[in-house]
Design a protein around this ligand. Structure first.
Ligand code: SAH
Length: 245
């Protein structure tokens, strides 16, 4: 049986990778991925054959990986974070119907919601929702509906894809929707380039979030009504000291 391994490489550095991900990449003959991830992996696994494609070539990238596996190569298809979270695992399964001889194995990774949370403190210590602001594959009306519903239910929220060159004002638009239900004082945090050069965090409030800098390597955290700043960290209590609140 030919195997295609889908590997979540974590936020970016070797330390943020699981042992299973490292094993899968060590065992691979060919590593397929978006060129930015391939650049991060090449120094760690210099002897591999690499196949990289640009950002919008996801279908080609998955087909390449399936083709190579069908031809008997030991292939790892990589994504940052977790390979099943706004990444390629689902697409590979959809395309795999044309490659019945290829068995697919998924190796999970540390997703930006948890790696970014760890840098900020403990912002998602209670129920949280993960929402992507990218409207490349999802209608903005659906994104808006989910933002509204998550805010109405007082979820902590991790926002992926908060901005890009073409979508500079999306975070401001999202903040406006969240403000329908959440207070402007709600604690917010931003995690920049986790595990990569330029790693940083910032704290703000929902009322000020529209002024925050965010790009495609930023994950944005919006607290619930109990979230507060403790020693400079963003913390969402689970409720152990409820009676004292
Ligand atoms: N599969 C990835 C998510 C891909 S969507 C995962 O599980 O993490 C891309 C978005 O993920 C980015 O716009 C950003 O919001 C977030 N992200 C990915 N890597 C990041 C990093 N190193 N630091 C901060 N945010 C990151």
């Amino acid at each position: 049986m030919n195997v295609l391994t889908l590997v979540g490489m974590g936020p970016g550095d070797h330390a943020g990778m699981t042992f299973a991900a490292d094993e899968a990449l060590t065992a691979a003959e060919v590593i397929v991925g978006y060129k930015r991830y391939v650049q991060l992996l090449q120094p760690l696994y210099p002897d591999k054959e690499y196949v990289s494609t640009g950002m919008t070539r996801e279908v080609d990238r998955c087909r390449d990986a399936l083709e190579l596996a069908a031809n008997g190569k030991q292939v790892a298809l990589v994504s940052s974070g977790d390979v099943g979270v706004y990444a390629l695992a689902g697409l590979v399964y959809e395309l795999s119907v044309d490659y019945p001889q290829v068995e697919i194995v998924v190796v999970p990774g540390v997703t930006a919601a948890t790696s970014g949370a760890a840098l900020l403190g403990a912002p998602i210590g209670h129920d949280f929702a993960v929402i992507s602001l990218s409207d490349l594959l999802t209608d903005w009306a659906v994104i808006e509906q989910r933002l509204d519903a998550a805010a109405a239910a007082d979820f902590c929220i991790a926002l992926y894809n908060p901005a890009s060159h073409k979508r500079a004002d999306y975070l401001a638009r999202a903040s406006q929707i969240l403000l329908r239900h959440k207070s402007p004082e709600t604690v917010c945090g931003l995690a920049y380039r986790v595990g990569r050069s330029g790693e940083a965090t910032a704290l703000t409030t929902l009322g000020e979030l529209h002024n925050a800098t965010a790009d495609m390597f930023t994950t944005v955290f919006i607290g619930n009504r109990a979230t507060r700043v403790v020693n400079g960290r963003m913390v969402t209590p689970r409720g152990y000291f409820k009676s004292a609140d």
